[in-house]
Design a protein around this ligand. Structure first.
Ligand SMILES: Nc1nc2c(ncn2[C@@H]2O[C@H](COP(=O)(O)OP(=O)(O)OP(=O)(O)O)[C@@H](O)[C@H]2O)c(=O)[nH]1
Ligand SMILES: [Mg+2]
Length: 174
């Protein structure tokens, strides 16, 4: 649902950061927002639940599945944020499966839309080895990045990568 505004020379598109609860989605967005030029940004709007967890991105609770489906409407590209901690292995896998299912319900194929993966929390001692995460979460070999979101490591690399894929898709004129 991207659109081009020729007079303001802007391309608007919808990128969804998806991933298990507490993987660092909001932290990515906060870093990007805090480090983007004042003239180049609007307002950051956040819908949080009573417990401070972000509404759209919340974890395994069935309750929030409806919100997760809604947020995927009109999506141009997806960043899957994985939580590198060994303890979150199952949560990562479930979340990708949930992403695939919810995308399919909106008529999208995870294997066809712009898609990148970020392995976040690389700073933690219980982070799984990178190749294990790749084997598990990235069998197709889409662009992927290690990150420490609060420090900003890998955050812009991830964003630039998904933006590039979306622009390539736009140029095809689909
Ligand atoms: N050590 C470490 N902590 C991180 C990293 N990224 C995020 N965190 C912390 O993990 C917690 C959850 O981060 P959020 O950004 O709120 O996670 P979220 O994915 O938005 O969570 P929900 O919206 O509840 O699904 C916060 O305390 C962050 O500071 C990281 O790379 N390293
Ligand atoms: Mg959040």
């Amino acid at each position: 649902m991207s659109f081009i505004n020729y007079s303001s020379r802007e391309i608007n598109c919808k990128i969804v950061y998806y991933g298990p609860g507490l993987c660092g989605k909001t932290t990515n967005l906060q870093y990007i927002y805090a480090n983007t030029n004042q003239q180049a940004k609007g307002k950051m709007i956040s819908l949080a639940t009573e417990t401070e967890r972000t509404l759209y991105t919340v974890p395994g609770q069935v309750f929030y599945d409806a919100s997760r489906k809604l947020i995927l409407k009109g999506v141009d590209g997806v960043v899957f944020v994985a939580d590198s901690q060994v303890e979150r292995t199952e949560a990562n896998v479930e979340s990708v499966e949930n992403l695939r299912t919810n995308l399919a319900e909106q008529g999208y194929d995870l294997d066809k839309i712009p898609y990148v993966i970020q392995y976040n929390k690389r700073d933690l001692p219980n982070a799984a080895p990178l190749d294990e995460l790749k084997d598990l979460l990235n069998p197709r070999g889409v662009p992927d990045f290690e990150a420490v979101a609060p420090k900003g490591d890998g955050v812009y690399d991830t964003l630039k990568s998904i933006a590039r894929l979306i622009l390539t898709e736009l140029k095809k004129g689909t």
